[in-house]
Ligand binder design. Structure first.
Ligand SMILES: Nc1ncnc2c1ncn2[C@@H]1O[C@H](COP(=O)(O)OP(=O)(O)O)[C@@H](O)[C@H]1O
Ligand SMILES: [Mg+2]
Length: 382
């Protein structure tokens, strides 16, 4: 210093000022908060990110105490008020702020020694603050979804267990019915019969809820075989024949000469057909007609299920595949969700076209068995 003339001194001061503003510029630009704190806890420097994160006023920089700002921090670092920082290693802590908004900030605290010359030194901390609110939240969300799946698993177990007593109830209700038939018909007996009928239908309902619930939450991977779609359709219609008759509905099938064969899980395909036909039946009044059309091109097999039912309101269309969306008094809102899941697992698709008051067409699209690999033309990917 003694050798510097005033011009050089001025130059040096200017250079130092430039460097200082250069570093300040960097410190202000980073997203992390930066604090420089004396051993006694006084905050000597804070960039604006740090001020924001710990709700520190800029005017208080140089006066405020970090120990006061974050109660318990000094104790948690096991730092006695006058102790030296020797031996203290870098440590991190998380703090939670509730004002002005809820945030979680991670503090990374690094002790350092500043040499002042002549064997003197000052002990300080640099504290780097990062906002980890998002990180913590996404961990919490993951835990939440794990919690939900374990609840589902538990529910599935319970639902499964309910199956056995339900079976036994069904059998005993049948026995009661049989016994009643043998008795002389009196008003008292008729009352009992009515109650038995109510019990039966409630047991049925419970059984339906549990079956649907289990199907919905337990996605089985498809067991792929060669499946004749037409044969599947016939089998399902046979099961539903009674209900179709009771409701006064007719079915018309239109198929191209060769029956389409796809790689699929037979039972799952039947489940899909069942759910779609069931919905069609429930949408129609006596005299209604279901028209099933099968066709195929080089790459896909299509099945269209048309009905003459009440159709779906425009507003409801985007929601029909969502679980538990139902417009029916006794609906579960799981049928179409299951249909969609199964079709996806088969590399297929399900589409719905509906006009209120006119009817609905559900279209299933299966990839063809003999066309598993297909070269896409440019712009053809969907
Ligand atoms: N063929 C159809 N005609 C009219 N509405 C339908 C048809 N298929 C489905 N929907 C509508 O989609 C909803 C969801 O169907 P779904 O998932 O099978 O559940 P659910 O049958 O238990 O209500 C039904 O409540 C109904 O409003
Ligand atoms: Mg349904």
């Amino acid at each position: 210093m003694d050798n510097l003339d005033p011009v050089n001194l001025a130059n040096l001061v200017q250079r130092l000022a430039r460097e200082r503003s250069f570093f300040e510029g960097i410190f202000e630009a980073v997203r992390e908060g930066i604090l420089v704190v004396t051993r006694q806890g006084r905050i000597e420097y804070a960039n604006s990110a740090a001020c924001r994160m710990v709700a520190l006023k800029e005017a208080d920089v140089g006066k405020a105490s970090l120990w006061r700002l974050v109660p318990g921090l000094r104790e948690s670092l096991e730092l006695a008020p006058d102790a030296s920082l020797d031996g203290l290693t870098a440590q991190s802590r998380e703090i939670e702020l509730t004002y002005p908004e809820h945030r979680i900030v991670r503090l990374y605290i690094v002790p350092f020694r500043e040499e002042l010359g002549d064997g003197m030194s000052a002990e300080r901390f640099a504290v780097i603050l990062s906002d980890v609110t998002r990180e913590v939240q996404s961990t919490e969300e993951r835990i939440e979804s794990e919690r939900i799946s374990s609840i589902l698993l538990l529910a599935a177990g319970v639902a499964h267990e309910i199956g056995n007593p339900l079976n036994s109830l069904t059998i005993h209700l049948q026995l009661i019915r049989r016994q009643l038939r043998k008795l002389e018909r009196t008003p008292g007996i008729e009352k009992i019969e009515k109650s038995v009928a109510v019990c039966e239908s409630e047991v049925d309902r419970l059984d339906g809820i549990i079956r649907h619930f289990l199907e919905a939450i337990r996605p089985n991977p498809p067991d792929f075989q060669d499946v004749d779609l037409f044969a599947c359709l016939e089998e399902v219609l046979q099961v539903q024949e009674h209900e179709l008759q009771d409701r006064g509905l007719s079915v018309e099938i239109e198929a191209a000469s060769a029956s389409p064969v796809v790689r699929a899980d037979r039972n799952q395909v039947k489940q899909v057909f069942f759910n779609i036909i069931k919905n069609a039946m429930e949408a129609m009044s006596p005299g209604g007609k279901i028209r099933v059309r099968l066709r195929a091109d080089d790459d896909f097999c299509y099945i269209h299920f048309g009905d003459t039912g009440k159709g779906i309101a425009q507003d409801d269309l985007p929601r029909i595949f969502q679980p538990f969306h139902t417009t029916k008094k006794n609906g579960h809102g799981l049928g179409l969700m299951i249909v969609q899941r199964i079709m996806r697992e088969h590399g297929g698709q399900v589409g719905i076209d509906s006009r209120e008051g006119i009817g609905t067409v559900v279209t299933l699209k299966f990839p063809r068995r003999d066309r598993r690999v297909r070269l896409l033309e440019r712009g053809q990917r969907n």
